[in-house]
Structures are given as structure tokens and as C-alpha cells.
Ligand binder design. Structure first.
Ligand code: FES
Length: 109
């Protein structure tokens, strides 16, 4: 049997840094919850963007992240409730407002 890889996640939120491990077949948010790391979430299905984060290193697979445009995914934005790690990750959680601004800010000026 092939073992599922496990990655190390380092998540910053409100000045605190949390580290926990996440299997490749587990969403980052689910892993955070099992490790009792209090990351923001709401719908848990890739729609509301409450769980938005910005990756500073590493990458994720997030086919169901409907709330994030492709070019913003390329910039490192991820919805953690539907993100499966492809590597160790460093990320900044709680980026809902930043993501909103990046996606829609241009329409509000
Ligand atoms: S919790 Fe709603 S998009 Fe992740």
C-alpha cells in the first residue's frame, strides 16, 4: 500500500503562527480543525471565501474553489476548506477582505 503523504502547514493568523500537519487527502481546513487550530470558516464548500488564505510558499490543489478567480489562485490565494496540499505550506489565513478587494475592488472605484 502506498502511504498518503503528509505535509507540514504553517499558518499565520492575527499575529499568531500555528503549525500542524495535513495529509494530501485532507483539506487544510479539516487538518486545522483536527489540530484545534482556529482558522476562520463558514460554508466549507468553496463558495463564501471566509476561509481565504494567501500562500507564501507551497501550493495546493483546489478544484472546487469557486470563489477565487484563476489569476488570484496564481497569486497564491486559496480557499482552505477545499484546498488539498501538494507540498509543505506557509500561509497567511484570514484573507477574506484582501481576497474580496483583489477580486472586486476594481469595480468599486
Ligand atoms: S468556508 Fe466558505 S469558502 Fe471556505
Amino acid at each position: 500500500m502506498i502511504e498518503t503523504p503528509t505535509f507540514q502547514i504553517s499558518a499565520s493568523l492575527d499575529g499568531a503562527v500555528y503549525t500542524f500537519s495535513c495529509r494530501a487527502d485532507q483539506t487544510v481546513l479539516a487538518a486545522a480543525e483536527s489540530a484545534e487550530v482556529p482558522l476562520p470558516s463558514s460554508c466549507c464548500s468553496g463558495v463564501c471565501t471566509t476561509c481565504a488564505a494567501k500562500l507564501s510558499s507551497g501550493s495546493v490543489h483546489q478544484p472546487d474553489a469557486m470563489g477565487v478567480k484563476a489569476d488570484l489562485r496564481d497569486q497564491g490565494y486559496a480557499l482552505l476548506c477545499v484546498s488539498y496540499p501538494l507540498s509543505d505550506l506557509e500561509l497567511l489565513a484570514g484573507q477574506e477582505d484582501a481576497l474580496y478587494e483583489a477580486q472586486f475592488g476594481q469595480y468599486q472605484k
